[in-house]
Design a protein around this ligand. Structure first.
Ligand SMILES: Nc1ncnc2c1ncn2[C@@H]1O[C@H](COP(=O)(O)OP(=O)(O)OP(=O)(O)O)[C@@H](O)[C@H]1O
Ligand SMILES: [Mg+2]
Length: 299
């Protein structure tokens, strides 16, 4: 086989990439609603969700929040994942916490009592610790178990312009709490074919929560992350997702860069770790796109 043959063969394989059939069915659910930034009232509560693991939820929640804070928006990240990655990524050691989101959900601790500041002005974190893993089970017999987070957020909502909830990689009670508390869902997806698996299920769940618990809920944004410009597959997946989900897909894509994966081990968002890196530039642009770009409040 000549190199030319190899190229044309891989090209034809790529052009055959299609969205999974179940996504074709659910496209209609996502359509409609407002574009991501237009005329949305503050405060905005956004669940960053995708039950698939390792797709960039935490990286997006942490860095988008940091960039929103940099724009002047008071922003709270709620870490709803027992892995505590958003907490670690913002410089908090989940093992050294006296109180965390576990106490807010299970012990009725006021949310404001577990909020901590970060190295970024205007950016705050409500951290998670490992005991949150037990919450999935311990919440089961609780009264209004799906609405614990909504009640907690309502008590602090007016202190913030944006509240971003970093969801765990499951569709369990923690994620249901996030969907019941949010008005928007932001779904990060990797620019890889298998990254689309399960998206239909997520969107059906959003639809279910919207009907039963939270009429205001909508998928407001799909963000293409870990985009590798060198692969045609990434381009093809991005193109198909845009064709299918239209306006909901943010124009700004987030590139795959090593710096973005290094930042959490230093407990820093990318705008502090490497402010001029491609990842920092991408998340800054994304924050402008998501917010409409106008700082509402400075200080
Ligand atoms: N744009 C990117 N470029 C390079 N690496 C990235 C990028 N985004 C995320 N990563 C890395 O990919 C891994 C998974 O990302 P992340 O933790 O954000 O995903 P997640 O969806 O929150 O995972 P989980 O489902 O376990 O909570 C991490 O090691 C992260 O540093
Ligand atoms: Mg995560």
């Amino acid at each position: 086989m000549t190199p030319e043959d190899a190229v044309s063969e891989s090209d034809s394989a790529v052009s055959a990439v299609k969205l999974p059939a179940n996504l074709m069915e659910v496209g209609a659910v996502v359509e409609g609603g407002k574009p991501i930034s237009s005329g949305r009232e503050l405060p905005r509560v956004i669940a960053v969700a995708n039950q698939k693991g390792g797709v960039g939820k935490t990286t997006t929640a942490v860095n988008l929040s940091a960039c929103l804070a940099e724009l002047g928006y008071r922003t709270l990240v709620i870490d709803l994942d027992p892995q505590g990655n958003a907490s670690t990524g913002l410089g908090i050691d989940p093992r050294a916490l006296d109180v965390s989101m576990y106490d807010v959900l299970l012990q009725d601790l006021p949310l404001e009592d577990c909020v901590e500041g970060t190295a970024v002005k205007n950016l705050f974190i409500a951290p998670a610790s490992l005991d949150l893993a037990g919450a999935e089970i311990e919440l089961v017999p609780a009264f209004s178990r799906e609405l614990k987070l909504r009640t907690a957020i309502n008590s602090v909502k007016d202190d913030y312009d944006f509240v971003l909830i970093d969801c765990p990689p499951s569709l369990g009670l923690l994620t249901v709490n996030a969907l019941a508390a949010a008005t928007e869902v932001l779904v990060p997806i990797q620019c890889e074919y298998y990254a689309l698996e399960g998206l239909g299920q997520l969107i059906r769940n959003v639809d279910l929560v919207q009907r039963s618990l939270n009429p205001a809920l909508e998928v407001s944004a799909i963000v293409l992350v870990m985009y590798d410009a060198r692969t045609k597959l990434a381009d093809q997946v991005a193109m198909n997702v845009r064709e299918h989900f239209g306006e909901k897909v943010c124009r700004q894509v987030v590139p795959r860069t090593v710096r973005l994966s290094e930042a959490p081990s230093f407990g820093q968002p990318i705008i502090i770790f490497d402010p001029s890196s491609r990842g920092a530039i991408a998340y800054r642009q994304l924050a402008k796109e998501v917010s409409g770009g106008t700082p509402q409040r400075v200080g």
